[in-house]
Design a protein around this ligand. Structure first.
Ligand code: KIV
Ligand code: NA
Length: 266
């Protein structure tokens, strides 16, 4: 199948919903690739894979390593890599240097960054320089310390205009798509109607032009998941059953058995 391009994503506005999932390495990307339009190497990997308390501590090197791995596992889907906290906010020039490294060293097709109005100039600079940008507004986890935690956005109608302005600013600046995270449905609807680029929702209702989830969340790998996640699998239980059985088989010497043991020629 032909690789999914940035222009092909952009024209999906209002059409068949875009399917996006995270994948942090080649193996996961190979599972997702046949089914998704977009594979995101999200900085959520810091929390999901590396046990960090938030995405604030994710270093660029971590994104480069996982990004390159995911790209190797994807044949068709557009692979997008998150720019981590502290590597792009300072100036459009700093963002360009980071994003150019991410593109060159991972082979991904686009980058994602968090922020609306205040990131518009940066998005314009990257886009003009040949780096497609997916924006990310609403609940922006890299700003957890200023937001006071992971809080659903737009519960108060007084905030709606600010979020709509963020969406319009990133679209105007040239973002080819925008993630809407953690917001009430009527705000997601307003934003989706206000911009000509596809909106990709996570905890942002079914009105968006596409949906994204963290792969490990939707596979049911965690002990706890937030309200917006649907567990399409129950892998945590399956994994526990398998590892329990292995441990027991080793302890009672039923593994390895004859079938799993090499014998000499005669
Ligand atoms: O880091 C991430 O996984 C993300 C998505 C959930 C949108 O930014
Ligand atoms: Na992210």
């Amino acid at each position: 199948a032909k690789p999914v391009t940035v222009p092909a994503i952009r024209v999906r506005k209002g059409a068949e919903p875009l399917v996006a999932l995270t994948a942090y390495h080649a193996q996961a990307a190979s599972w997702v690739d046949p089914h998704a339009d977009i594979i995101l190497v999200g900085d959520s990997l810091g929390m999901v894979l590396h046990g960090l308390p938030s995405t604030v501590g994710v270093p660029l090197e971590m994104m480069l390593m996982h990004g390159a791995s995911a790209v190797r596992g994807a044949k068709r889907a557009l692979v997008i890599v998150d720019l981590p906290f502290g590597t792009y906010e300072e100036s459009p020039e700093a963002a360009f240097r980071t994003a150019a490294r991410v593109m060159a060293e991972t082979g991904c097709g686009a980058v994602k960054l968090e922020g609306g109005v205040h990131m518009a100039e940066t998005i314009a600079k990257l886009t003009r320089s040949g780096i497609p940008v997916m924006a990310h507004i609403g609940l922006t986890p890299q700003a957890t310390h200023t937001m006071g935690g992971f809080k659903t956005q737009g519960r108060d109608r007084a905030d709606w205009d600010r979020h709509v302005a963020d969406a319009q600013a990133v679209a105007q600046a040239g973002a080819f798509s925008v993630v809407l995270e953690g917001m009430v449905e009527p705000l997601a609807r307003r934003i989706t109607e206000a911009v000509e680029i596809p909106t990709i929702g996570i905890g942002a209702s079914p009105v968006c032009d596409g949906q994204i989830l963290v792969l490990e969340d939707m596979l049911g790998l965690h002990e706890w998941t937030p309200k917006f996640v649907r567990e399409f699998g129950a892998l945590r239980g399956d994994i526990d059953v398998a590892i329990t059985a292995y441990a027991q088989a080793v302890r009672n010497r039923t593994f390895p058995g004859e079938a799993e043991t090499y014998a000499p020629k005669d």
